[in-house]
Design a protein around this ligand. Structure first.
Ligand code: WTA
Length: 635
């Protein structure tokens, strides 16, 4: 276990230097010592970032579920793998042991096989945070089917786009979902989505809410009876290192969502390695990540990373505010959680509530706190450190992306001194670079620029499903030979990194990435709307909120603006989901445009942020007069 458990800063630098000097030996040792392989690789790394082409552990054969489950059965068979905490605190939590998980995954895998699912087929999973969600992922991986999890907060339209984009033939869902006080009719959303998904042959339905739902004949089946009659035994499918493990959609600055493709061996090695190091997981620890498995954080750090380390991972169905704002802390106390990983937006929402919600609970089990998804502001960082960690738990501010598969820049607890708002140093194997706008790499410290990665790492996404050209254009074209993250960052005098935010048209709202283009497309479908532009503005809890500038058609100008605003948000909810609703909608006669007709979002952003005295030179605009008119009506 030589490369695991970095204990101090000196050791970090030693390991880091080794990982940069000889990345192949570095990852080869980790792969060799910590996983089971059915066949060894012929080549550790083969790559060309200008193509781009990246292959890790080429020629190896493995199954990730053997690594996440089977190999733990002897030593940890009775250990809790998944600790399920239901939405309703009066419902009993479930401790699913590694042995039980093995059985459930095998059974589920056999049900998939019986439905005709084979290696390489795509399966869409649209489920709430219940154990079947984790089991469904693993069941796909067991037989080599590619899972595509769609967050269960997405609308029917968003779901159908994702199902069709990768031609899923089977969907796993539930009758409904419990979320705080609400019960959500998930199956109805699936039914609506499937109206435009002709390729879906079967729908497996988990019973969760026991609500009455219609079942479509020859398509819909209750999962439980099928599981009951399925065999406990399912051989893990031998997978090539570079066979796709899953597809996960993320928003782009333009057009439809990008189906990021992650492959088997590199993803497994990297998610497991980073889980162990960033959370300093020890054998008896209980680890809890509050993300939803519908996002990459849940894939890598609720399911695969923890299970590959034989960890106990908490899976929480509910929300932090139900039955009241003490729920997170009640769960920490109840299950004696040791590592707790959440998002800045949740911390800000919790910090706004009464302190006794936290004070009334015993949080002494906590050892390490984590954050992810967006920059954490200093105030939230201190609140977390003072009131939850009681100044004795290192905070790991982890920077990474759906595309990177695993944590890239983060402190290592007890090794890297933390500074609020700094993700600090790259993990071993990660070589960040900052670039100026014309593509030169900025050397030395005290610089800021566009954040790129200079060398491949095992869990990088390999392509966008069905569109390798878009993958190349989005990530490998701005700076030749580098992976471009879309984020801006600064490197301070000591070499620490602070992520400053997106430099493209992606806006992070409550930790969710939202592209402006799909929201604008949705708004423009409203019959009264002629054109629209979305920008972000700072929000106390959500980090950013959305501000829409909307030009109405003549018919729209006669309508009641309050009703129109409601209808616009309704259309957004239908097309994308409630997470993309606008906080402010300003109706305007025009939008500032360049002479080539492009909307100048930079100016709109300044107006939305109230920085109208810092607009810069607007004389080159096609229509500078609209700027004054917009400022006059600003909300
Ligand atoms: C942002 C989430 C600052 C960043 C794992 C990135 C962060 C995007 C941090 C990816 C952090 C994530 N500090 N910004 N610690 N972590 N981000 O794909 O802009 O949902 O590009 O992956 O979130 O979001 P995604």
């Amino acid at each position: 276990m030589s490369n695991y458990h970095i204990k101090n800063l000196e050791e970090y630098f030693q390991v880091y230097r080794k990982s940069v000097r000889d990345p192949e030996t570095f990852w080869e040792e980790i792969a060799e010592e910590n996983f089971v392989w059915q066949e060894r690789w012929q080549q550790v790394l083969d790559f060309d970032l200008t193509v781009p082409r990246v292959n890790w552990f080429k020629g190896a054969k493995l199954n990730i579920t053997e690594n996440c489950i089977d190999r733990h059965l002897y030593a940890h068979g009775s250990k809790t793998a998944i600790l399920f905490e239901p939405n309703d605190p009066s419902e009993t939590s479930q401790h699913i042991t590694y042995k039980q998980l093995h059985k459930r995954v095998c059974k589920f895998a056999n049900v998939l096989k019986d439905q005709g699912i084979k290696k390489g087929d795509r399966v869409c999973i649209y489920l709430p945070m219940i154990p079947e969600l984790a089991v469904a992922l693993l069941a796909c991986a067991r037989i080599g089917a590619i899972h595509s999890v769609v967050f269960a907060g997405f609308s029917a339209t968003a779901l159908s786009t994702r199902i069709n984009d990768c031609d899923c033939t089977l969907v796993v869902t539930s009758d409904g979902a419990f979320r705080g006080e609400k019960t959500i009719d998930l199956k109805a959303i699936v039914d609506e989505a499937l109206g435009s998904c002709k390729g879906v042959k079967s729908v497996l339905v988990v019973k969760r809410t026991h609500s009455e739902i219609p079942m479509v004949e020859n398509r819909d089946m209750w999962l439980q009876p099928l599981l009951d009659s399925a065999s406990n035994h399912c051989e893990p499918e031998p997978m090539d290192a570079e066979d796709p493990l899953f597809i996960l959609y993320t928003s782009g600055s333009t057009g439809k969502p990008k189906g990021m493709v992650h492959t088997t061996a590199g993803y497994m090695v990297y998610s497991a390695y980073t889980f162990k190091n960033v959370f300093q997981y020890r054998e008896k620890d209980v680890y809890w990540c509050t993300a939803d498995i519908g996002w990459i954080t849940g894939h890598s750090y609720i399911v695969y990373g923890p299970l590959a380390n034989a960890a106990t991972t908490v899976l929480f169905e509910g929300v932090p505010s139900y039955p009241d704002w003490s729920r997170f802390w009640a769960i920490v106390e109840k299950h004696k959680v040791n590592q707790f990983y959440t998002a800045p937006t949740a911390i800000r929402a919790l910090a706004k509530e009464r302190l006794d919600f936290a004070e009334n609970h015993d949080l002494s089990s906590l050892k390490i706190l984590g954050t992810v998804g967006e920059p954490i502001n200093e105030e939230a960082w201190h609140w977390y450190n003072d009131n939850i960690g009681k100044k004795r738990c290192p905070i790991v501010d982890t920077w990474w992306q759906t595309e990177t598969g695993g944590i890239m820049i983060s402190p290592i607890p007890h090794a890297t001194p933390t500074i609020p708002t700094f993700a600090t140093l790259p993990l071993p194997g990660i070589q960040p670079a900052l670039m100026d706008e014309i593509g030169n790499e900025l050397s030395g410290n005290s610089v800021s620029g566009r954040l790129c990665i200079r060398f491949p790492w095992p869990s990088m996404a390999r392509t966008i499903w069905g569109d390798h050209q878009r993958y190349k254009d989005t990530y490998f074209s701005a700076f030749k030979g580098y992976y471009f993250t879309g984020d801006g960052a600064l490197r301070d005098t000591t070499g620490y990194y602070r992520i400053t935010g997106r430099v493209d048209d992606v806006i992070i709202v409550s930790g969710h990435n939202l592209g402006t283009a799909p929201i604008e497309d949705a708004i423009n479908e409203h019959p009264a709307v002629a054109e629209s532009a979305i920008v972000g503005f700072p929000h106390k809890i959500k980090g950013n909120a959305l501000y829409g500038f909307v030009i109405l058609k003549e018919t729209g100008e006669q309508r009641d603006p309050a009703n129109l605003r409601k209808e616009i948000n309704q259309i957004i909810t239908e097309h994308i989901g409630p997470i993309a609703k606008l906080d402010k909608i300003q109706f305007t006669k025009g939008l500032p445009k360049t002479r080539s007709g492009k909307i100048m979002r930079r100016i709109l952003r300044k107006i939305a942020c109230g920085e109208t005295d810092r607009l810069g030179d607007i004389s080159t605009l096609l229509n500078p007069e609209v700027v004054d008119a917009i400022i006059e009506d600003v909300l």
